[in-house]
Design a protein around this ligand. Structure first.
Ligand code: NAD
Length: 471
């Protein structure tokens, strides 16, 4: 049980102005795992004022000094990695089999890159009679979701610190504990007061106050498309920079010559990891009609082989949904899919053998029409849609027939063929034949999946203003 009654503002733990504490529920046991303050607008004002005050010195500090702080944070995270993984398993429900590597070691690797990338801030470009400088954007607000909590926080914090920005962080109500643990680490490395501030609380109150605030120069939001639109609207009157990382409904295009066993197994596992609560999940599997029946059998066998259960059991592949409301949403979509005429192959219910926890069985729908709601809307649960196609032209059209464009994947026998297909998909990234996530590559969406890029050099560019000095 972790209880925090104070907010981290201006380098110290301060009594919040907002009244009361919010409970954090462990989704596997349905018990209270922690409490954090319910911050309010006054807390936001104090945090933004501290960030504003700290900005002048921090943004003018040598990039090597900022790199040293990033290095110190890496060391803290490595030292307390097990504790961080355990906190995230408790607040999110991701099984221990995955949590340490995916939720902690990955973000640490991402953070580590910015030790070197901070040096890019010193580069000056000469063009005609001008020198072009990079400068920090200013005070940044981070509004984050619950599904990969540390990954999303580090994806913003690392480049912001490297660039010389100061920040106010608002974590999700479902999974705020990791951010409080990170604030303890920030305190331990002695980051100058006001560079990092943490205000927990509801999105409609704390999140909107940050998005509206005239002293916030940039808001970086990761979450659902609906909330992202509201954040952009709240931010518009102050013309601040708005970076949105939003939802997805990503396709996996399997070609007729693919190694079907490998491709389908990969696709099933990609969706079921983190119980489908992954923005990039490849939830639409596009299959050639010539091999459709065979693929359905492989998908069914693979789905049935996955173990669901207590996240603390090392054998569990899937844990619970993060919250009771997320479970309700997923089960509602299963009903919608059945009403629309999709064929439910397996799952679609809460399991009968687990007494507690917000579990939903891994679920497969076959014979899905891409125009159905279950193929167009983000479900954010362990639900995979199998969609047949006649030829590759149709497969490309189906893949792109989505309001989203976050991720995509192609599996084909020949690399060049896979690449030709990848270049036709309207999405911010594409994984060929099961390739791994790369923290050095830019990450972000096309269309209604967002307008920003995180990680790598492009991630740094989000936090940079460009100044031309004419000589
Ligand atoms: P959400 O939109 O409900 O909440 C995200 C954050 O926004 C939370 O901190 C919430 O408190 C806050 N918020 C909600 N309404 C707000 C408002 N009106 N003003 C300001 N802040 C507000 O999303 P969620 O349920 O926490 O997360 C799941 C969603 O996040 C999915 O749609 C998923 O695809 C998306 N996501 C996207 C990425 C990406 O990088 N593109 C990564 C992870 C998750």
């Amino acid at each position: 049980m972790r209880e925090y009654s104070r907010l981290f503002i201006d380098g110290s733990w301060q009594v919040p102005s907002g009244r009361g504490l919010a409970e954090v529920i462990d989704p596997a046991s349905e018990t209270v795992a922690g409490r954090v303050p319910l911050g309010d607008e006054h807390d936001v004002n104090r945090a933004v004022a501290a960030a504003r005050q700290a900005f002048a010195d921090w943004s003018r500090s040598p990039s090597s000094v900022r790199a040293t702080f990033i290095q110190a944070l890496v060391a803290q995270l490595k030292m307390r990695a097990e504790e961080m993984a355990s906190v995230i398993t408790t607040e999110l429900g991701m099984p221990v089999q995955w949590c340490r590597s995916v939720q902690v070691d990955g973000p640490i690797a991402g953070l580590e890159q910015y030790i070197e990338l901070a040096g890019l801030m010193d580069e000056v470009r000469e063009v005609g009679n001008s020198l072009v400088y990079r400068e920090a954007v200013g005070v940044c607000a981070f509004i984050n979701p619950w599904n990969y909590p540390l990954h999303q926080l580090i994806g913003k914090l690392a480049p912001a610190l490297a660039a010389g920005c100061t920040v106010v962080v608002k974590p999700s109500q479902e999974t705020p504990l990791h951010a409080f643990l990170l604030a303890e680490m920030i305190e331990a490395i002695g980051l100058p007061p006001g560079v990092f501030n943490l205000v927990s609380g509801p999105g409609a109150k704390v999140g909107e106050a940050l998005a509206r605030h005239p002293q916030v120069d940039m808001v970086s939001f990761t979450g659902s498309t609906g909330a992202g639109v509201r954040v952009a609207q709240a931010a518009a009157p102050t013309v601040k920079r708005v970076c949105l990382e939003l939802g997805g409904k990503s396709p996996l295009l399997i070609s007729a010559d693919a190694d079907l066993q490998a491709a389908v197994r990969y696709g099933v596992q990609d969706v079921m990891i983190n119980s489908g609560q992954t923005c990039t999940a490849l939830t639409r599997m596009l299959l050639p009609t010539s091999r459709y029946a065979e693929a359905v059998e492989i998908a069914l066998a693979e789905t049935r082989s996955l173990t669901m259960g207590d996240p603390l059991d090392p054998a569990s592949f899937l844990g619970p949904m993060c919250s009771a409301s997320q479970r309700r949403t997923v089960l509602d979509y299963v009903r919608v899919g059945q009403e629309e005429g999709a064929r439910l192959l397996c799952g679609g219910q809460a399991p009968t053998d687990l007494e507690r926890g917000f579990y939903v069985q891994p679920t497969l729908f076959a014979d899905v029409d891409n125009r159905m709601r279950i193929a167009q809307e983000e479900i954010f649960g362990p639900v995979l849609c199998l969609i047949p196609y006649q030829d590759e032209a149709q497969a490309i059209a189906l893949a792109n027939d989505s309001p989203f464009g976050l991720s995509s994947a192609v599996w084909a026998a020949d690399r060049q063929h896979a690449m030709a297909l990848a270049r036709q998909l309207r999405a911010g990234q594409c994984f060929l034949n099961g390739a791994a996530f790369n923290y050095q590559a830019p990450f972000g969406g096309y269309k209604q999946s967002g307008n920003g890029r995180e990680w790598g050099e492009e991630g740094l560019a989000e936090f940079v203003e460009i100044k031309a000095v004419q000589l």
